[in-house]
Design a protein around this ligand. Structure first.
Ligand SMILES: *Cc1c(COP(=O)(O)O)cnc(C)c1O
Length: 394
């Protein structure tokens, strides 16, 4: 008997939106305070400082009232002036997409684009910046989620700093799931959100803005204000003595607060380890079944999602549908250029647990087998469990 499509899945092992932590779901259901109540104003100040601690940034971060696409578009609008030349680094769908926003505000957008199963080479960025000293802003995606691949933003950040340009990072699906931060990447603007590795529903953005970026935004005559895209509007709103530009998303902020408490209490290093072990268990299982990973090398595979390449002649769509119908397990499709070619298993927040990796291997293997692919599911499960045991005994 197949699992009914009309019922929610038994397990959601997607690469975003992800299942939220129970603590977060409980917090979302708590009292919605009036935003100008002194208790709420004090809560918002504390929450911002807690987010600063978690991000490890020098200034209090912005908490914007929409999922991270708002912050990415807002970053482009706020930072990029009409006479700026921007270098966009594209190794996947999100990196490529940022270039379209940049083009809306910049004089010119240059681009380095590489195949979507590879990563940006920092040396290529260095050589490009040497030849193009007019570049003022460089944009990069840390984990390009539709490919499951990582760019080394710390190395890229060092190259960009050396050239005297500003770095804008999309770290939405990496931050809080692996060692990555605004300071280690020397980012001028570092955009992330609570809806991936922090285990919240999609709703808010977190943005670390450096001193240099604020100076650039304040000097940009085109930077938006009195707008949902404005960074300036929210710059001082974290202080309990300052007004809000408009009503904050009270319920989602309650959820974010619980997620940050959880993250800081478990300890960032323990959380990152949990993501890394889950990814390792999953990959050992997939490879042992006789199926390839999407990234050209495991060195650039993100610990927060595993992208699995579909065998020749098999489209991802029916495999996803089979896993959902047969086992009640939901996984992510690719997007745009990677659609149909791969399936993504998320290891984010509550699903960054090795037990879920075994479920994913079983669902992926069983669905592929049902569709006629040559897979050794038993070998995959044995290898996954062996990797899990090895991590326990480490
Ligand atoms: C999830 C995500 C975002 C947010 O965008 P949505 O497509 O609206 O979820 C931005 N950047 C990256 C890399 C993401 O993974």
């Amino acid at each position: 008997m197949k699992y009914p499509e009309t019922k929610p899945p038994v397990f959601t092992l997607t690469a975003g939106p992800v299942d939220a932590y129970p603590e977060v779901l409980r917090a979302l259901g708590t009292t919605v305070l009036y935003d100008y109540d002194p208790a709420f104003q004090a809560f918002f100040e504390d929450l911002t400082l807690k987010a600063q601690e978690a991000l490890g940034c020098d200034l209090p971060p912005l908490i914007l009232q929409g999922e991270p696409v708002l912050a990415l578009e807002g970053a482009a609008a706020s930072l990029i002036a009409r006479d700026d030349v921007v270098l966009n680094l594209a190794s996947g769908v999100y990196g490529k997409g940022f270039g379209y926003w940049a083009a809306r505000y910049a004089k010119k957008v240059e681009e380095i684009e590489v195949p979507y199963n590879t990563a940006i080479d920092p040396e290529q960025v260095r050589a490009f910046l040497k030849e193009h000293p007019e570049v003022k802003i460089v944009c990069v995606c840390n984990h390009d989620t539709p490919s499951g691949t990582l760019n080394d933003i710390d190395a890229i950040g060092a190259v960009v700093a050396e050239a005297g340009a500003l770095l804008l990072v999309d770290a939405v699906s990496s931050w809080a799931g692996m060692p990555t931060s605004p300071t280690s990447s020397q980012a001028a603007i570092y955009v992330t959100g609570p809806n991936k590795c922090l285990g919240c529903p999609p709703s808010l953005s977190l943005v670390a803005v450096s001193e240099a970026a604020w100076a650039k935004i304040e000097a940009n005559p085109d930077a938006p204000f009195a707008s949902m895209l404005s960074f300036t509007d929210w710059k001082n709103a974290w202080k309990k003595t300052e007004p809000f530009p408009f009503t904050p998303s009270v319920a989602e902020l309650n959820g974010l607060s619980a997620a940050l408490d959880r993250y800081l209490e478990e300890g960032p290093e323990a959380v990152w380890k949990r993501h890394a072990v889950t990814a390792k268990v999953c990959r050992e299982g997939i490879k042992a079944m006789g199926i390839d990973l999407w990234p050209v090398s495991e060195d650039i595979a993100s610990p927060t999602a595993t992208a699995v390449k579909m065998p020749d002649g098999i489209d991802a769509g029916p495999v996803l549908a089979e896993a959902r119908a047969r086992y009640g397990i939901s996984m992510s499709a690719g997007r745009a250029e990677t659609l149909g070619k791969l399936i993504r298993i998320g290891h984010m927040g509550p699903t960054a647990q090795p037990a879920y990796a075994l479920l994913a291997v079983a669902a992926m293997g069983g669905a592929l087998k049902a569709l006629g692919a040559k897979v050794d599911v038993a070998a995959g499960l044995a290898a996954a469990q062996a990797a899990w045991d090895a991590a326990i005994e480490e």
